[in-house]
Design a binder for this molecule. Structure first.
Ligand SMILES: [Zn+2]
Length: 447
């Protein structure tokens, strides 16, 4: 059993559009009302009053049902799921915040929930009960209260599974992106997961900026040309938007155009990534990718856009589930694994490699090779060290450390990355490398 989402673009009539927008608006109203209530109650409690602060979805829903007649006398116009959806979002946000504060949640600190603003926040609403159907003609879906909606694309992939009884719809979410409405079904799918995909090859993937990816097989997958065009258009429209008078009609027009181009660029990128990850997951036994510290890298202004563009994180996310589906293995290299700085022929590690250097030149064996291809080769080699493991950063990291002589773990330090000394246990070896300058560990290994 696998949870999977099936998302379809919709072709709503004007009446449907109003209903869709109304439901998303209702979710926002309920969310904001609940947040206001929580804030008031928290203040009262701080002032010493003995009040209950609703924190979970059932508590929030109880309060809403008590107040809805006063707060939103029009509540009957929308499905009750709309209000529930907004309150659910709030309950999750509150939980994330309190978990983050008490240290039960990893990652960067989570802020206290904020009010959702019309036109700013994402328009979305989730249905978990009621008549949620994918109609047999494969061109329509049915949602509670909103009724039968025409889909822009065929729903056959989901419909087939539903007819065979290998899938069960758990929820449906409507959302708006630019001018287009979507429905996304959360589906529990019975998937036969093979133990192996019958392949034996290992492939290292270096996701890049100039290209979508470079493979250790020597293949380079370039960014789709249409995407490059969209990016140029984006730059132009952004300049245009900056010149438009705030609040003017023309600004609105430019804004809408910009949103459409943005969506198109995102679609093109996602499509290219999906095609690539499916080919990789079905064509190779083991895929090795690099873990990039995205949070650290996006802080660097010049890299920021390019990086979010290529969607390195998205590539890894897709590979993670697809290699599982098709019976392959995914190895994620530790983010300090020096894949770009190591010579893929002899293992010599360069101490410094700037991002501008497109060619890797080995000073020991004289290898000259494209930087990205070199990195891809090194990643593929890493798979030998972690032959038995599945999707395990931890194992990749351990194997990496054990397999190399001390001092060779030259850090792969990307712009803006903070390195916590002692965490990877190489503080001492760093000093050694520094004192010997560019040291080759193949010719004269330390220790
Ligand atoms: Zn070499």
């Amino acid at each position: 059993m696998v949870l999977q989402a099936y998302r379809f673009a919709l072709d709503p009539t004007p009446t449907h559009r109003r209903a869709l927008a109304s439901h998303c608006g209702a979710a926002r109203v309920a969310h904001n009302w609940g947040l206001e209530l929580v804030k008031t109650r928290l203040d009262q409690r701080r002032a010493g009053e003995d009040v209950e602060v609703p924190w979970t979805l059932p508590e929030l829903r109880r309060e809403w049902n008590r107040a809805k007649q006063q707060v939103a006398p029009w509540w009957m116009e929308n499905s009750k799921e709309a209000y529930s959806s907004g309150l659910d979002g709030l309950a999750r946000a509150l939980k994330n915040w309190s978990d983050s504060r008490s240290g039960r949640r990893k990652g960067r600190p989570v802020r206290f929930p904020q009010f959702r603003k019309k036109g700013r926040s994402r328009d979305a609403c989730r249905f978990t009960t009621g008549a949620i159907k994918v109609l047999a003609d494969r061109k329509h879906v049915q949602l509670p209260r909103i009724g039968v909606l025409k889909t822009h694309e065929s729903t056959r992939k989901l419909a087939r599974r539903l007819e065979q009884g290998t899938a069960r719809v758990l929820a449906a979410t409507i959302s708006r992106q630019a001018d287009r409405w979507f429905v996304s079904f959360t589906v529990e799918v019975e998937r036969h997961i093979p133990a192996s995909n019958g392949k034996t090859t290992v492939v290292g993937v270096d996701a890049g900026i100039r290209h979508l990816a470079t493979l250790s097989t020597g293949a380079t997958i370039s960014n789709p040309r249409a995407l490059e065009r969209s990016l140029r258009k984006l730059r132009r429209l952004n300049r245009q938007l900056a010149r438009r008078k705030p609040g003017s009609n023309r600004r609105k027009v430019t804004r809408r155009k910009l949103a459409r181009v943005h969506t198109r660029a995102a679609n093109l990128r996602r499509d290219a990534l999906h095609k690539l990850t499916t080919t990789l997951a079905t064509g190779h036994d083991t895929i090795v990718v690099e873990q990039l510290n995205l949070a650290g890298m996006v802080r660097n202004r010049h890299l920021a856009r390019a990086l979010s563009d290529t969607g390195v994180a998205e590539l890894r996310r897709q590979l993670a589930y697809k290699s599982a589906w098709y019976g392959g293995k995914l190895v994620v290299a530790d983010r300090f694994y020096p894949s770009s700085k190591t010579c893929s022929a002899c293992g010599w590690v360069k101490t410094k490699l700037t991002l501008a250097e497109r060619t890797f030149t080995c000073e020991v064996c004289g290898l000259r090779i494209d930087r990205d291809l070199n990195a891809a080769h090194n990643l593929a080699k890493l798979a030998q060290h972690v032959a038995q493991s599945g999707w395990e950063t931890q194992i990749a990291r351990e194997a990496d450390r054990k397999s190399q002589p001390p001092g060779q773990v030259a850090e792969k330090r990307e712009a803006g990355t903070e390195r916590v000394s002692g965490k990877t246990g190489t503080a001492a070896s760093q000093d050694a490398a520094a004192s010997t300058g560019e040291h080759c560990f193949v010719c004269s290994p330390l220790g």
